[in-house]
Design a protein around this ligand. Structure first.
Ligand code: SAH
Length: 352
């Protein structure tokens, strides 16, 4: 029988399994605490659990750890980028960033991505599968263990489309914020999506306190379809309508991500369209200089981002320019995984 991934279970699910083998319910609470608070990832080290129960735990459950395949530390700003190897040999990336208020971590939600945004390295390397809830959670636990730092904020902006892995991502959020476990407020979590409209409605109805980030990148419907194929399925007007619904339902401000690309989306006409699109909305625009991806010719002059921010300001739209972190370690997601996957292929698929 295949073992159950215990780190993807919430307290109730764990209690149900334990009571079904004749154990008392409170054991679930103890074990959940060992895993999610004390971070002891070995049943044999759970000292207040009887030897007999520990044996049963080892028989029924597995503890799916991630292995640090590569660890790159920025010499400029302390950003650390992890390339993790999953138990099936696939790779994902996680970035730990230092801010004035603490540490924030950017996690992946899938191995690769099928959304096809043409400026993004994650999608160029292809889609393999979605991550389980524990594989998302463990990116944080393993980074905290490795770095000795405590993470105070999480962004779902790594490899993958979180709303294309909806159930596992919701489970992850539930585990991350569980009172009997890690207990992080979802106010410290941002979820970034390229715009899977029906899922935005679903998320809004759940009324979680997280911040929704929408990767907009273009305020013209046709132009957006050219760089983001998802826009052909869920067009710009329907995306903006979903965002309005989200704001209404949750009372939370939406963030729009906009990677400024020279000659693509940063003209004064683009600023006009963006201002018109977002006027009156409870939102915030985050401008990002496009990260260079080897396969693409896109680039942004630093002055281009500042200039675009100014143009938006003149049109009454507040925009901030995102700090670029880890520029010396290719912190743009997807690049390390792609290299590792290509290396693996060269070696005939063997783990390296
Ligand atoms: N799939 C989700 C989350 C992962 S991408 C989404 O699309 O939002 C995280 C963010 O990085 C998105 O805003 C994405 O559009 C942006 N991004 C991807 N490649 C980029 C690049 N080369 N330069 C700047 N931002 C990029």
């Amino acid at each position: 029988m295949e073992k159950i991934d215990i780190l993807s279970l919430d307290l109730d699910e764990l209690a149900e399994i334990l009571t079904s083998i004749g154990e008392k319910k409170f054991r679930a609470k103890q074990i959940f605490q060992w895993l999610h608070v004390k971070r002891v990832l070995d049943f044999d080290k759970m000292t207040d659990i009887s030897v007999q129960l520990r044996r049963s735990l080892n028989e029924i459950f597995c503890i799916n750890r991630l292995f640090v395949q590569k660890r790159l530390e920025s010499a400029i700003d302390n950003t650390v980028k992890y390339l993790y190897r999953l138990s099936d040999g696939n790779f994902v990336e996680t970035v730990l960033m230092e801010y004035s208020y603490g540490y924030s971590i950017c996690v992946s939600t899938q191995v690769g991505c099928k959304m096809g945004c043409n400026f993004c390295a994650s999608t160029i390397a292809g889609y393999v599968r979605s991550l389980t809830a524990s594989e998302i959670l463990m990116q944080i636990y393993e980074a905290e263990r490795d770095s000795g730092k405590s993470v105070s904020g999480v962004v779902l902006m790594g490899i993958g489309e979180p709303l294309d892995n909806f159930d596992n991502v919701m489970k992850f959020l539930h585990l991350l914020s569980h009172k009997g476990g890690n207990d992080m407020s979802l106010r410290h979590v941002s979820l970034s999506t390229c715009g899977i409209v029906p899922r935005i409605y679903e998320l809004a109805d759940m009324k979680l306190q997280l911040t929704l980030s929408v990767s907009l990148h273009c305020a013209d419907n046709e132009g957006r379809s050219e760089i983001m194929p998802v826009n052909k399925k869920y067009d710009l007007p329907s995306l903006i309508e979903a965002c309005r619904y989200y704001i209404d339902k949750t009372g939370r401000r939406v963030t729009f991500e906009y990677a400024v690309i020279d000659d693509v989306n940063s003209s004064s006409a683009d600023a006009d369209k963006l201002a018109k699109l977002l006027r009156g909305m409870n939102c915030h625009v985050n401008l990002i200089p496009v990260n260079k991806v080897r396969e693409r010719n896109y680039h942004t002059a630093r002055s281009g981002v500042a200039e675009f921010a100014k143009q938006l300001g003149r049109r009454g739209i507040n925009a901030t320019v995102r700090r670029t972190l880890g520029s010396d370690i290719e912190a743009a997601c997807g690049q390390l995984r792609r290299d590792a996957a290509q290396q693996n292929e060269k070696n005939g698929g063997a783990d390296t």
